[in-house]
Design a protein around this ligand. Sequence first.
Ligand code: BTN
Length: 294
Amino acid sequence: MRLLDLLDETYQSGEALARRLGVSRAAVSKEARRLLALGFPVEVGRRGYRVRPGTPLPHLFRPQGRLGSPYRYLGRVGSTQDVLRAWAEAGAPEGALVLAEVQEKGRGRRGRVWESRLGDSLTFSLLLRPALPLPSSGLLPLLAGLALWEAVGLGGLKWPNDLLAPDGRKLAGILLEAKAEGEELAYALLGVGVNVAWAPEGGAHLQEFGPYSRKEVLLGFLGRLEALLPLLEDPKTLLARYRQASCTLGRRVRVETPKGAVEGLAEEVLPDGSLLVGGVRVGAGEVAPLPLLE
Ligand code: BTN
């Protein structure tokens, strides 16, 4: 029974759905409970059944460009990164998107766990296959962060690509996992987690700042990313745009790197995507702002 294909954002009675599907009302109710158990945000009320508004169900989600298609919309998974990796290995094209409602093993950068809540978070992975020499692949995380920042029009980017609210709380994070083939990038799995209507302890969510919907944020991100992708061949312009979005550059920071902490003024982002802090080049690490000097 394809109840999920018939649901939309307005309630439909059990009777009407049963008629459309050619089954009994009891069968509709049973299927709705099964979908809920699988992690889909189905809402059951006095007026019938609907999907939580803003849910990017395949029949309600129409990406304008080539990113976001083909599209797999899933309930409960381990991590969308793993689902997409298997798909990429099986030959999925650039633009393939896996979105899950619940991740049981959502992961963040630097081995962290990524938490989300059913129907309130946006968690997806997008497949890119840019023809990029490996040294230039450091620009991809910056480009992805910039696309997200432009899509939501709020806050700033903490290097490389955490989206922060104006008060510094985290709104979204991006995890890039790539596979190399010789000196080139075979593919990149761009994993994006956005707190839309809920945030874990200490984080912020978009709906604190406006009526953001998961579907609109996703469509906005895909549109901005597609428009920005050509800038991978124009690092100067990309970095100039990135600078405008950054809330790290021009500040005193402490970066925890795998080789120890580096402190100083965040001066510049270099063409390989690394951060220049007090004259030291930092390739990867966790940035924390330092108090201003008197
Ligand atoms: C970070 O800020 O540390 C990055 C968070 C990335 C989370 C997303 S959610 C979708 C995709 N699947 C995952 O397991 N992680 C990324």
